[in-house]
Design a protein around this ligand. Structure first.
Ligand code: SF4
Length: 716
């Protein structure tokens, strides 16, 4: 049917890291329709249900249209001036009395790059605290750690086009069918066109993605490292290692010091398929079969993973082990051969990892710990060299703990809902109550705005201009399509206003998002993650960095390889790594922080579903999606359900060492999930499944282990 619109505006989906291009049909200043952008490489015109129903969310009655201030315990409308004066006074007072580290910022992988850049500069460069973190700490921090330790720099070398060239897909810890549905569509298309394509899904839980799997590996939760080491063992033992590639492009390490290839082989003897069988619960023959498929010479293998690998206390190490498999076989930097992390949120890469808006980072993939990096950024920002502290700021879990114990007195939360999304969330309630909390949000109420002292009405998605950076180093421009409702403003404008009121106006002379971008662009010069110019981004349907010298519309489809990567003269060059060699790690085996025992005999894991996004602040406003899946549930294996005398629709109480939650039951088909494992959706604000999850973190990435904790189950 012909849709009557005044214009189609180019934008990007607000949800997952795929970054599907969308075209917004605007009629009389309102969003009348949304369709997939056929010129976007990420989705080639397709959208999933969440993408198609984006317009229903925008006009919801819970949009915040005026600033709110808490008076006598109640949030009441006020003027912008009143709200911003209160925020400014509280931040100034705290900084004066308790120092800059008494204030903090918590952002999001859904904020725009310009917003992330300005927030980072305001807190690190102007105020002088590194207490700025964001929800990518909860989702991609371990992937960052994996890329930086193995290759010396963050973010993947591969691209979405690799789907077309791969013969084998190794997907571990990812329900791609529901978390990245459009990419799942690409996968099914590939399998249809080329039935010889092999798809391996490794996940303790059988889910929708398994429907197209040739091999399903349902290992014991938290034993992923044993599986990955055993695959490496088979690859070497059966002569599938690419010795020439290994000699030329890799080095070996045990995490403390360099080791030889021989020492690595010796290390792997602890991970024969037979030994791994005892740990993972997978038959040794199946581990061999999968390793052979992965390593077969002449075939291209693409690995994909997401939260199942990242949200682990061994998250960085498990990431390293996936890279190991590609480095051992030389299946990397070639069409269809690549490790490829699937980013959870739309712009965790572009707005947080690249702008350096985490407590240990600086823009352009620089790090706080590096003196040269601090000096470079201080100079670019026009602030004294010692303004940026050499100490990393508080990472997410520590930050919210600090709100409770009084180290942090004022917190600015933008574009996210931590009072729902943190693990072991009840332990952090005191912090939300005590801290002076500013929440810039499009909707109220949310679990976090309920604690807010000030709510600042934020423009939403297509109501502002900016840039997202999606899963495959793809930078994409979003044009403003409509005006925000009432007095809502873009987050960028709110941050610039705050900077002005705090007395840092001369550091923030920006009038438009493009002005911000032009300064940010200078921070990326010479960093190997140079971004494209604003005019180029406006024109293009996504440009992949590095774009050397910010020239033209042509980005690097693949990284570290000539001719695609402008920094490589010929062949493959891991130029960010020490001696240009990527590291193959002999990481010691590490299971989950909490294992099942007599008292808590079941593992609990949590995850997404296709129809809903995280904490329901957006998809909960969409009647069509709410009708499709109105309630969260816990899924039990039928064998476990029968043994416990629990039926579909019963309500059960899940109890962990931290808390409890009552939740209805869905009894899965056999293997959904593996016996002994429970799977819960966590999108409802009440009751909170995160009352039960664990806040143990990976020692390096500080990402919590949402994916595994021990629980008992009681019939209510
Ligand atoms: Fe949006 Fe992800 Fe769906 Fe694409 S796959 S439409 S980016 S939620």
């Amino acid at each position: 049917k012909q849709i009557d619109v005044d214009q189609w505006v180019k934008s990007v989906c607000r949800y997952c890291g795929t970054g599907c291009g969308v075209l917004i049909g605007v009629k009389d200043g309102k969003v009348a329709a949304v369709k997939g952008d056929p010129d976007n490489e990420g989705n080639k015109g397709l959208l999933c249900a969440k993408g198609y129903y984006l317009p229903q969310v925008i006009t919801h009655s819970e949009r915040v249209t005026k600033p709110l201030i808490r008076k006598n315990g109640k949030l009441e409308p006020c003027t912008w001036d009143e709200a911003m004066e209160l925020v400014t006074a509280k931040f100034k007072e705290s900084i004066a009395n308790n120092g800059p580290d008494s204030v903090a910022f918590y952002g999001s992988g859904q904020q725009l790059a310009e917003e992330g850049y300005v927030a980072n500069k305001l807190f690190k460069g102007a105020i002088g605290t590194n207490n700025i973190d964001g929800n990518p700490r909860l989702c991609m921090a371990s992937a960052v750690g994996g890329f930086t330790t193995t290759f010396g720099a963050d973010e993947p070398m591969g691209c979405l086009e690799d789907f077309e060239h791969a013969n084998v897909f190794f997907i571990i810890g990812s329900n791609i069918a529901e978390a990245h549905p459009v990419l799942f569509g690409r996968l099914t298309d590939k399998k249809k066109k080329d039935p010889d394509t092999k798809i391996i899904i490794a996940d303790p839980r059988r889910h929708r993605s398994h429907e197209i799997a040739d091999i399903s590996l349902q290992f014991v939760p938290g034993t992923d490292m044993a599986l990955l080491h055993a695959m490496a063992y088979v690859i070497i033992e059966e002569g599938m290692a690419d010795e020439e590639f290994i000699a030329k492009h890799t080095s070996f390490s045990n995490g403390k010091e360099a080791i030889t290839f021989e020492a690595y082989k010796e290390f792997l003897k602890e991970f024969t398929p037979e030994k791994a069988e005892k740990v993972t619960g997978l038959p040794a023959a199946q581990i061999q079969e999968v390793a052979r498929l992965f390593g077969e010479k002449g075939k291209n293998t693409m690995s994909m993973w997401t939260m199942g690998i990242n949200q682990r206390v061994a998250g960085v190490w498990a990431n390293n082990l996936i890279h190991n498999l590609h480095l051992l076989t030389g299946k990397i930097c070639k069409p269809g051969s690549t490790p490829f992390s699937l980013t959870g949120q739309p712009s965790a890469c572009g707005s947080v990892r690249e702008t350096g808006a985490l407590s240990h980072l600086l823009p352009g993939h620089r790090v706080i710990a590096n003196e040269k990096h601090r000096k470079e950024v201080a100079e670019l920002w026009g602030v004294p060299a010692d303004r940026i502290s050499p100490q990393a700021g508080l990472h997410t879990m520590e930050l919210f703990k600090a709100c409770g114990d009084g180290r942090v007195k004022c917190l600015y939360v933008m574009c996210t809902n931590p009072a729902h999304s943190l693990p072991n969330v009840n332990a952090y309630q005191e912090g939300f109550e005590k801290v002076f909390l500013v929440v810039a949000e499009a909707f109220h109420p949310t679990a976090t705005t309920k604690y807010a002292d000030v709510v600042l009405p934020a423009a939403f998605w297509c109501e502002k201009e900016g840039v997202y950076g999606n899963t495959d180093r793809r930078t994409q421009h979003l044009a403003k399509a409509i005006n925000p409702p009432g007095e809502a403003k873009p987050d960028l404008d709110i941050l610039l206003d705050l900077a002005q009121r705090l007395g840092y106006g001369e550091l923030f002379p920006f009038k438009t998002p493009e002005d911000v971008w032009n300064e940010y662009l200078k921070c990326t010069t010479g960093t190997h993650m140079e971004l494209a110019t604003y005019p180029a981004l406006r024109e293009a349907h996504g440009i992949q960095w590095p774009v050397k010298d910010h020239q033209g519309n042509k980005g690097a489809v693949r990284r570290y390889v000539a001719p695609e990567d402008p920094y490589v003269k010929e062949g493959i060059d891991f130029y960010s790594a020490k001696d240009h060699k990527a590291v193959i790690f002999a990481r010691p085996y590490l299971g989950p922080a909490e294992v099942v025992d007599e008292e808590y005999p079941y593992y609990l894991t949590t995850g997404r579903i296709l129809e809903h996004w995280h904490t329901l602040t957006m998809t909960g406003k969409c009647p069509t999606l709410m009708r499709a899946v109105p309630k969260q549930y816990v899924e039990l294996n039928p064998q476990d359900a029968a043994e416990l005398g629990i039926k579909e629709g019963d309500t059960v109480r899940l109890v962990s060492r931290r808390g409890k939650v009552e939740i209805p039951v869905r009894v899965g088909k056999p293997g959904e999930p593996r016996p002994g494992l429970l799977f819960a959706l966590w999108f409802e604000p009440d009751p909170l499944v995160n009352a039960v999850t664990i806040d143990a973190v990976d020692a390096a990435s500080k990402e919590p282990e949402f994916k595994i904790c021990a629980v008992k189950i009681e019939k209510v």
